[in-house]
Design a protein around this ligand. Structure first.
Ligand code: E4P
Length: 216
């Protein structure tokens, strides 16, 4: 499973990229607002740090406007992935950009039928939002299971990018279902490394090593 980080904070991206485990980045207008930086400038900087897909979202709601914005964004770097909302105009834009060989991430997916439409429109990634699903009393992970089943039934190439991840259990469940990508806030990625028994084990080994009086 690929790991993307869901942030526009370049300091956090640089830190995580140094692990060698980061495969891409997703941003959205709220994350850009949080970063407090110029959108195009921050996307360009992210593209220098990470060489996998970097999602940058259009703001326009109509097809022509989306195409205009996509034109600007895809010029930033070859690995910019245009993020469009799951609407009729978003999928029209997806179909056109995909046919041109541009990567497209279809975002704000909340049903398996929507995911089916995105795959038919040639999306590179479909982003089902599991956390927001859970927040509203639905089962986010069962949505991922349904999409996996449908995509496998028809051998669609669209990758399932699990979004709106809130905690490491979402990551574990995504991996068990066979999702292609998980995009996570930096705190969740860091949380994956942690286990109380790992820390305790290191502590015990170091204390005993100290007693040997040796060095390596
Ligand atoms: C994905 O691409 C989105 O940016 C993101 O995962 C949304 O997550 P949220 O529900 O935590 O805002």
């Amino acid at each position: 499973m690929k790991f993307f980080v869901d942030t526009a904070d370049t300091a956090e991206i640089t830190e995580l990229a140094a692990t060698g485990l980061l495969d891409g980045v997703t941003t959205n207008p709220s994350l850009v607002h949080k970063a407090g930086r110029d959108f195009k400038e921050v996307v360009a900087e992210i593209c220098h740090i990470v060489h996998g897909p970097v999602s940058a979202e259009v703001i326009a709601l109509d097809h022509e406007g989306m195409m205009r914005e996509a034109e600007v964004l895809r010029k930033i770097a070859d690995h910019v992935c245009i993020k469009v909302p799951l609407t009729i105009d978003g999928l029209k834009t997806c179909k056109k950009l995909s046919a041109d060989g541009t990567m497209v991430n279809v975002t704000l997916c909340f049903s398996a039928n929507q995911a089916l439409l995105a795959a038919k429109a040639g999306a590179t990634f479909i982003s089902p939002f599991v956390g927001r699903h859970d927040d509203n009393g639905f089962d986010g992970m069962s949505l991922i299971e349904d999409i996996r089943l449908i995509y496998d039934n028809y051998a669609f190439h669209t990758e399932i990018l699990v979004a709106s991840i809130r905690h490491p259990i979402h990551v574990l469940q995504s991996a068990k279902i066979g999702a292609d990508v998980a995009t996570m806030p930096p705190s969740v990625i860091k949380g994956l490394f942690k286990h109380v028994l790992t820390d305790k084990g290191i502590e015990g080994f170091l204390a005993d090593w100290e007693k040997t009086g040796q060095s390596i």
